[in-house]
Design a protein around this ligand. Sequence first.
Ligand SMILES: [Zn+2]
Length: 68
Amino acid sequence: MALDPDLVALLACPSDDHAPLSQQTRDGAPVLVCTYCESVFRIEDGVPVLLLDDAEPGPRGLGNPVSA
Ligand SMILES: [Zn+2]
C-alpha cells in the first residue's frame, strides 16, 4: 500500500542527514528511499518503518552521501 504523497513530504531519513524521502517501488512493494544516502525503508501495512535498525543502508551506509 503506497503512502499519501503529502505524508511522504513530511517524513525524513532517521539518520543524521534527516533528508527528504522519496517513495519508490522495490520488488513490487512501495518503499521510502532517502534522497541523500539512498537508504531504503520498508512500508508495512501502510506504516513507514523509519528505524535505523530496520533500514537497508544505502551504498555508503546510513546517513552517508552516495556521491561525493
Ligand atoms: Zn539518509
